[in-house]
Write a protein that binds this ligand. Structure first.
Ligand code: HEC
Ligand code: HEC
Length: 131
């Protein structure tokens, strides 16, 4: 009986370690998304109300923390590409994206406030693209 209890305990411990390993630490602010000319600085702290999985969406049903441009993912840097592999669309697609993008969510967050829309979803002089 003791043995069964001990094995059960080990099993629970293993589960705990596995879950702990699945959620990585939140990176420091000032993350540079610099694969393109218009570099964007992303801060996790200003998005702390969201769930990690809102952005790090599941791939094959598993939460995925690899870089967005990982080979086979959003690795097409051609701005004209409209496929799911498009790096540009992964952040800018405003409607109909499978997962919320920077622009689709920022547009919603701005609502009818035009200044806020410029600030959060603008191509220039915005929070994402300050210059
Ligand atoms: C609003 C969107 C968003 C949310 C919410 C978010 N992240 Fe991120 N995270 C990003 C972006 C964008 C990157 C940069 C990806 C890239 O470089 O391709 C990133 C990168 C990362 C990285 C990789 C860091 C590196 O240096 O490569 C880790 C780890 C990470 N996030 C963990 C988390 C965790 C844990 C949470 C939840 C507590 C979380 N993120 C919530 C958008 C988000
Ligand atoms: C699901 C919603 C959501 C997503 C997805 C999202 N954001 Fe945001 N973001 C917000 C909200 C809400 C704010 C705060 C708006 C306000 O009240 O000013 C914000 C603010 C910001 C700001 C200004 C604050 C700061 O940290 O400088 C930047 C820059 C920003 N987001 C970049 C991004 C980028 C880049 C992505 C995509 C990789 C992204 N966001 C994805 C909701 C989102």
């Amino acid at each position: 009986m003791k043995k069964v209890f001990f094995i059960g305990l080990l099993f629970l411990l293993g589960l705990f370690v596995m879950t702990a390993a699945a959620a990585p630490e939140v990176p420091a602010d000032g993350l540079k998304m610099d694969r393109v000319k218009k570099v964007v600085v992303f801060n996790h702290s200003t998005h702390a109300d969201l769930k990690c999985v809102d952005c790090h969406h599941p791939v094959n049903e598993v939460e995925d923390y690899r870089s967005c441009a990982t080979a086979g993912c959003h690795d097409n840097l051609d701005q004209k590409d409209k496929s799911v592999n498009s790096y540009y669309q992964a952040f800018h697609k405003a409607k109909g994206a499978k997962f919320e993008t920077c622009v689709s969510c920022h547009t919603k967050a701005a609502g009818n406030d035009r200044d806020k829309k410029r600030e959060l979803a603008g191509c220039a002089k915005s929070k994402c693209h300050p210059s």
